[in-house]
Design a protein around this ligand. Structure first.
Ligand code: NOJ
Length: 554
């Protein structure tokens, strides 16, 4: 029995073959990728020097997390100048050289855009504070008088995603307590008021700045947050963090955001070369996510429902079908992602019992986690659409779960008093060599401590070892380029399979994934192309070990 999900009518044959529809996009987290000047912090020169690794890996594009001028209160997601490179990462000339080198190697480059909030050191915000109440610059942010007899209470009950109230009280130039300002994240990240035309103009200009530099697109931070419900209404309870992404909030996923993305799409259309917008939008459902990728808005949106799915065949099948079905009416490709700089790496998530969320502090069973992670990655790379990889996942890196508290820099860790905010665990600088002061990350140290034995997981250690995770990813991306049925399109045909096993066909390609803890026997689907573990074929039967995915040509 098979269930066929028909390919839709093609709305526009030219865009149906655009590069981004099946691109594999690799996230570089600049602080932790490679350090070119030996100061312990990754930088643009370091990234440039390591671009050949990405070409050899076989990805299509690189997404760079922010490298702009920033006081680094939230690792660069607090931007003080959207048109400048932070000296810690290099200069604009380095950015220009990086874009050119990447293009010469056939890699596209997507930069991060952070439009929901600026740094509190952004010129507009500094002047808004310094000029005092009544400053017209305050209208570009959300300043409000407090409640209570002396304005001592925040203007509403909104909570920061990083914990605590989403409002901070200002001090007027004469030293008296003044108005409050809104920050959905850290106090150092004041939210822009997107009702203000200057804010809208400014960001269209920032888009042009980076498009002129040659950027191939933008990953849009907190794309669901820019517009707030009129009047900033109270939510009425204090369980807001738990509801984020699951419920409608007056500060997230408001319909007004879409007009902004329509105007940005027009800016991109002025440029040659198929540039793209990618939404980081945490919405309650994939159907709501699809709104961001309507034909006149963004091109892709991250699939966080997929990232949050457990290693379980039934759950995976439901989210795969749901994602494809949600994207089909708007003609956007589905996207898939397992790890990024905000969540515990999937190697460690799958090493732990399900249901613990996406930020963990426990290493779990590492061998189990790696086996599942390799299988999950191969499954993801077989799905129709575009896939995102996070630096180091090609090495099978686990999270570093035992970082000392004093080394941690995630602002949410400190705001949540150590009970949450474990994002540093996936941000530890990656190992390039077996030995060396920071395992080839740089010639000096590393801004977060790397664990002992990190070098055994390095690019150097894994290169040429056919059993390594690095060679598995390289082979997978090679096959993905060559094998008909992998990549673009959205048709997928499910084959009958035992409980806990997924089997689907796309053209002349079949993927089988065993998510259970026991080996299963299946009829051999065809010629085996690749497997995440030791698959045994005997005659017409294949034994697929526990937590193993295999690819087949049929
Ligand atoms: C999402 C980013 O990925 C995360 O790292 C950051 O803390 C928040 N947005 C705020 O910008």
């Amino acid at each position: 029995m098979t269930q066929h999900l028909a390919a839709p009518a093609t709305p526009d044959s030219a865009t149906r073959t655009a590069w981004w529809r099946d691109a594999v996009i690799y996230q570089v987290y600049p602080r932790s990728f490679a350090d070119g000047n030996g100061d312990g912090m990754g930088d643009l020169q370091g990234i440039r020097a390591r671009l050949p690794h990405l070409r050899d890996l076989g990805v299509d594009a690189v997404w760079l997390s922010p490298f702009y001028a920033s006081p680094q209160a939230d690792a660069g997601y607090d931007v003080a100048d959207y048109r400048a490179v932070d000296p810690m990462f290099g200069t604009l000339l380095d950015a220009d050289a990086l874009l050119r080198d990447a293009h010469d190697l056939g890699l596209r480059v997507i930069v991060d855009l952070v439009p929901n909030h600026s740094s509190d050191r952004h010129d507009w915000f500094r002047r808004a504070l310094g000029d005092g109440p009544g400053s017209p610059l305050r209208d570009r942010y959300h300043f409000r008088p407090g409640k209570g007899t002396d304005g001592e209470l925040p203007p509403n009950d909104w909570e920061s995603v990083f914990g605590g109230p989403a409002w901070t009280r200002t001090t007027d130039p004469d030293g008296t307590p003044g108005d409050w300002y809104l920050h959905l994240f850290a106090p150092e990240q004041p939210d822009f008021n997107w009702e203000h035309p200057a804010v809208r103009d400014e960001f269209r200009s920032v888009l042009r700045f980076w498009l002129d530099m040659g950027a191939d697109g933008f990953r849009v931070d907190v794309a669901h947050g820019l517009v707030k419900a009129a009047g900033l209404p109270d939510i009425g309870h204090h369980d807001q963090l738990r509801l984020l992404g699951n419920d409608t909030m007056p500060f997230f996923d408001q319909d007004g955001v879409h007009e902004i993305y329509r105007s940005w799409r027009k800016v991109l259309a002025e440029y040659a070369g198929d540039r793209i917008l990618v939404a980081e939008a945490w919405t309650p459902t994939v159907e709501r996510t699809a709104h961001y990728v309507r034909p006149d808005e963004m091109h892709q949106a991250f699939n966080f429902q997929y990232l949050s799915t457990h290693w379980d065949a039934a759950e995976l099948r439901a989210v795969i079908d749901g994602s494809l079905a949600a994207m089909r009416p708007v003609g956007a490709p589905a996207t898939w992602v397992l790890s990024n700089h905000d969540v515990t790496r999937h190697t460690t998530r799958f090493a732990n019992p399900p249901g613990l969320g996406t930020q963990l502090r426990t290493p779990g069973d590492r061998a189990l986690g790696l086996r599942r992670a390799r299988a999950a990655s191969l499954l993801m790379l077989a799905l129709p659409g575009s896939a995102y990889l996070y630096q180091g996942e090609e090495l099978g890196l686990p999270d570093v779960t035992d970082l000392p508290d004093e080394a941690r820099q995630d602002p949410s860790f400190h705001r949540a008093e150590g009970q949450d905010g474990f994002r540093d665990g996936c941000r530890v600088p990656i190992p390039w060599t077996v030995e060396g002061p920071s395992y080839g990350f740089g010639t000096g140290g590393s801004w977060l401590p790397q664990p002992a034995g990190w070098g055994e997981l390095s690019v150097q250690a894994q290169t040429g070892d056919p059993a390594s995770t690095l060679e598995l990813y390289r082979a997978a991306l090679r096959v993905r380029r060559e094998q008909p049925g992998l990549g673009a399109g959205d048709a997928l045909e499910w084959n009958a399979a035992p409980d806990g096993v997924l089997s689907f066909r796309r053209e002349s390609f079949v993927c089988t994934a065993n998510t259970t803890g026991a080996a299963v026997r299946l009829p051999v689907p065809g010629r085996m192309l690749l497997a995440s573990g030791p698959v045994r074929v005997a005659g017409d039967e294949v034994e697929l070990p526990a937590d193993t995915t295999a690819w087949w040509a049929v």
